[in-house]
Design a protein around this ligand. Sequence first.
Ligand SMILES: C[S@@+](CC[C@H](N)C(=O)[O-])C[C@H]1O[C@@H](n2cnc3c(N)ncnc32)[C@H](O)[C@@H]1O
Ligand SMILES: [Zn+2]
Length: 1024
Amino acid sequence: MSRIPKQCKRLAEVDFPIAVVSKHSAKEKSIRHGHPSTLHLWWARRPLAACRAMLMALLLPDPADPHCPPEFIVEAREILLAHPGASERLKNEVASGEGLRKALLKFIGDFANWDVASNPDYLRTSRALVKAAHGDDAPLVVDPFAGGGSIPLEALRIGCDAFASDLNPVACLILKTLLEDIPRHGPGLADELRKVGAEIKAEAERALKAFYPDDADGSTPIAYLWARTIRCEAPDCGADMPLMRSFWLSKKLVRRRALRPIVRKGDSRTGGSSDPPVIEFEVFTPKSEKDVRGGTVARAKATCLACGNVLAPERVRSQLYAQRGGADVVFNSKGHRTGGATLLAVVLLHENKTGRQYRVAEDGDYRAVWKAQKKVVEIAEEPLANGLSPIPNEPLPPVGTLGFRVQRYGMVEWGDLFTARQKVALTRIAAVLNRQVNSPVAAPLAIALDGVIDRNASLATWRPQADQEKVEHVFARQALPITWDFAEAVPVSEATGSLSDRLEATIQTIESGSGIANNAGQVQQADATLSTLPDATASVVFTDPPYYDAIPYSDLSDFFFVWLKRTLVGHPLLRDPYDATNPLTPKTREAVQDETRMVGERPKDRAFFEDTMALAFAASHRVIGEAGIACVVFAHKTTEGWEALLSGMIRAGWVITASWPISTEMKTRLRARESAALDTSVHLVCRPRDKDAGIGEWGDVVRDLPARIGEWMERLSAEGVRGADLVFACIGPAMEVYSRYSKVEDAEGREIPLGGDPEASRPHERGFLAYVWEFVGRAALNQVLGTGQPRPTETAAAGLEEDARLTALFLWTLQATATDDAEEGDAAGGADHTDDESSDDEGDGPKKKKKGLTLVYDVVRRFAQPLGIHLSEWEHRIVEIEKGVVRLLPVSDRAEQLFGDKGADVVAGNIESVAKTSAQGAFDFIFDQPETAPTLKGRAKPRKGTLVRDEDLAARQSATTLDRVHAAMLLQSAGRATALRAFLQSEVDRGPEFLRLANALSALYPKESEEKRLVDAMLLAAPR
Ligand SMILES: C[S@@+](CC[C@H](N)C(=O)[O-])C[C@H]1O[C@@H](n2cnc3c(N)ncnc32)[C@H](O)[C@@H]1O
Ligand SMILES: [Zn+2]
């Protein structure tokens, strides 16, 4: 077992390089080739960088801890000094415990970089360090919610043993391949796959080529671009209405292509009435964006190209419903298209031409589809060996399942997500693969086929983007929304989405993955609440569980599962181990909030999710040894849900000792970021609680808390940790104070719960976390408005009114941790691929964006309340609150509030004329004028029975320091230099608050904001 005594803290409990690791985590997202995550899609994968770094920090003891084994210190020093690139300076540095700690953290940060993740020097150093800490028996790392396997894979990389389990069979297939097969068989697996793959490709091509015919000039198709189509319902029209989100084919600068519709009047018939107009297309070369018309459908409202009539979303839906989604062409008995999907264009390659070629549809294209439709009927008649229909006929999840909206368009079975030709292709390839079910490459082959399926459903789209025009896969998002137009890849080509393409990608991933681990991991399909591991066998439990209703894993994975069942017929993994009658992936035991589902009598609501998580935490507690350590990853979009999850952990016997936020958003995006905690996950470090922990006294807990929080804030802010990141980094140490006891009671013996009613005043009603928020908020305010000392004391921000405190706290929370990196660039990759391009379902379209910085309401409320800030009373004056989001009004939006409809110019004129006589009292704010004030929206009135500071009450009724600073900024913005100078003089004469607040705001406003520019320019004009 571990050589590290229980009392010795691990690195992750004292420090963690969050800025560097966040940077590497974000960068990792843009790595495409050979990265283990490209083996098979899994939703919400953890970046390997974060897993690797956190694992190292969990496994290594803090060398500055008095209980740290001396032999670790000696060995770690030698190992770091032997690591290539070790400097002379390092020799001195590692001489002290503190210095060695710093050096270890530096190594951990460097090693998070994907570029060195397989570098032999780094592998050797990391494994040696783990060995120095744990001895010759490799420590066992357990992940009971392993998903795509990021955590156990990194455990293997640094020389640990890994045990990975997941309830989901698709996840388990990925895990088996990644953690067992690849390490066990090494590059041999790739060779075998190449060999068998070539045979399969040849066979598939023989069976399928006729459905994807080449052109007469020898061009080969690589994709067909389709539009679902409805009929115009205008009385005299009746034209086809192809639903298209865009007319672009290629945005490549040198080869721009787009479609242009041509409307032909219908032929007059002898009867007198005429046929409906016919819509045709031509491919043209647009000179600029302007030459290409906008789509025909937006937020499910469709426009007719012939007559301009607009069809409401209900009509669009009902017409598509009647066509069962409308991805198939409707033919008459002679094979002529009479309705259904319209073929917009064919994408081709020709050996003598550069780049992708585009042409419009021809009869031959439709003939091939007609042939496929007849073939599907034949295929459907022959059940598979296991009695299943070859085409997935399992039902889609019920309407209302998170992220699934296709059912409303008439797709009811999983098979409905594929066109007839796609069904032919996928069933034929599956049949060929099925003959390999006992071969060692069965799973990798099925994984390659899943990659084909992800790009060969009618929900895959065409991506005209300049970097590469190609078929975009279905799960570019964690959902299944409708796509109006879609791209049908050619599985027998060599292009994106083809069997050849996916086999090659799988081979590459196996090859690059086969160097990672020296030994194989162990994978099991299991429910995390029922751990099968013996007690006290794990050194580390590190897991990233599902989070409430964030992602419907099992529903999404059924997309692949229904095909895997038909490809790997009889494979032992592909079943529900807890319910033999379930045709899909396990649902009942899945830890997810989804009210559409029941467990017995009980809906899977919040409480179900929380109870399941508590059981899983208890199971993890059992497999951890006395001196073991654990880490649980939580998303922190909002802080809601935290209390329940944290209290589940505490009840399961864990003490929370640290918390580290790691963000996975690129800094380029962070700079523009408008809300805190975009893509951040908090890593909660915890330990099994002492059996004789006893009951804590509230008095002690609340006494220790401010110092504990203040200490961390001081140290972390010195390291550049900012805003919400800082808050979340403080929660862990604050929790330690509370969770080290089995429970905490006040002097009367009443238990102080973790969460409670934040409005209550007595601790046993208010709950512990409210105090944490209060102290953190107060420390933050002191830091930005007060003495500069991040010590939470009672004298916060003395002299500044409530609105200034609210604004400062808001801006402070938004600040991002500096990732101090020069190479920002646009490495994020695919950043231009926005959601509204991949889908444009109803209610999904781009909303009109309001200006201003935003934060989640829940976060603001938690801070504001304990600091005596009444959020709702500043609504419309400082903030807007809408749909769970608080928006800080931009200063420009406050002009009318501050100056009235007279505008800044008139007021400035007044100031100027008064200033000629005396500089004092020249400025009448609208708030100060009794006759206009009551009409002001959001005018604050004291609520009955609330305790309001006198000065706050006064502030809400008259112009505050913040109002005055904003007014000055507006004068600056209006270019009224003379008035501004006079005004500033009078403000400076009034007292120090004006400049104090203005300077604080200058430090807080986002770097590139208009506000920052204005406040700085205004300050330049201020008298010294
Ligand atoms: C956030 S994901 C894990 C992602 C993983 N860390 C990665 O990087 O790919 C959570 C996983 O929990 C699994 N899961 C949900 N309920 C479960 C249960 N009761 N037992 C075991 N696994 C479960 C889901 O299938 C999903 O794969
Ligand atoms: Zn029309």
